[in-house]
Design a protein around this ligand. Sequence first.
Ligand SMILES: Nc1nc2c(ncn2[C@@H]2O[C@H](COP(=O)(O)OP(=O)(O)O)[C@@H](O)[C@H]2O)c(=O)[nH]1
Ligand SMILES: [Mg+2]
Length: 398
Amino acid sequence: MRGVSEIAYRLRKSHIIRYLLPLFTTFLVISILYSRSNIEIGTNDLIQKHRWAHEDEDSFYFTYSKKFKMPAYSYNSKKDSNKNWLFFSSKQEDVIPQSHIAHYDLNKLKSTANAAVDKEQILILTPMQTFHAKYWENLLQLTYPRELIELGFIIPRSKSGDNALKLLEREIKKIQTGKKEQRFHKITVLRQESPSFNELGEKQRHALEVQKERRAKMALARNELLFSTIGPYTSWVLWLDADIVETPPTLLQDMTSHDKPVLAANIYQKFKNPDDNNKIDIRPYDFNNWAESAIALELASKMDNDEIIVEGYSELATYRPLMAHLYDQNGDINAEMHLDGVGGGCTLVKAEVHRDGAMFPNFPFYHLIETEGFAKMAKRLGYEITGLPNYLAYHVEE
Ligand SMILES: Nc1nc2c(ncn2[C@@H]2O[C@H](COP(=O)(O)OP(=O)(O)O)[C@@H](O)[C@H]2O)c(=O)[nH]1
Ligand SMILES: [Mg+2]
């Protein structure tokens, strides 16, 4: 017996009991209290007030309201917007203003020819494998009000993706911590779920054999980006590839003014022409904007279920009228043409088209995938597809 009480005595005297146990207990109590306080955030105030959040607001869109301010974002904070240590949780932070339930009347959400005057929100979506400084410069020279522009990026998990992310974040930080009136309304950056698939040079990337897999994976990346960023306040979605480096400054006003459900600009490329003393010349780049032809339909009718037609390959001669070939330097810049397939270079979509369910199929849909499959799906939903043959946006020279 003496032995047992001696051990108990020694334990009592030891550091474990004297210091560590009280410390551990305090830590446990704080953690429990802490997690309880998290559960209640965003609910208790509202219940006590017995009011809907929008009753206190003039605007239907909450971030304009002083009362329900979005928490400020800090690039180097170790705490999240609710002042919780990020150390405690690996969950994505939710940036919903405290005490808020948001109401949106989709009947009041419009996409009109008068977008800027009507304060319509435009979401610009860019899958980004490479960061081009000229892409960003071009984005910054757009004259549509920045507070009505949201940006969304999806970046592959690859070496070039890591690099693009670093450069993009540096530029975002400059803008979003600069003058308030020059900030974009919101910017979302996603890392792609799947690894990169696309680090090939232009020639290999465009070889016919790799198209199905490459385009199918691009479709998934576009869907991930679209479904994670579109909001109940989004009026328009502009698909703008990361290698589009020059557009008119009035791109958004110009394209919205056509008031079309799906509208593609003509993608060209500037290059030094060796046949003309290396003078800067232009040439067609994107052949995904096309109108359907009887020959392509005939081709498709003889294909297996999982075969696809991709445009711009002599192996698959479709004789479709390609918008890229219909540019008329002296023509009306606002001339419109009917299309059946579009690319993602610079294509404006009314948000309701996506909201109705038009997405980028990564499987053959009428023997089409990705952006061309999207156009087909939008058509099947009853929307018309339009192109602007004389309105140019420029792809970087590779
Ligand atoms: N998220 C993501 N974007 C990519 C990937 N590969 C290319 N992109 C981007 O997708 C867009 C179209 O791709 P690109 O290779 O330029 O196609 P092309 O112009 O038809 O040759 C560009 O904005 C690229 O930066 C990828 O693996 N993941
Ligand atoms: Mg490209």
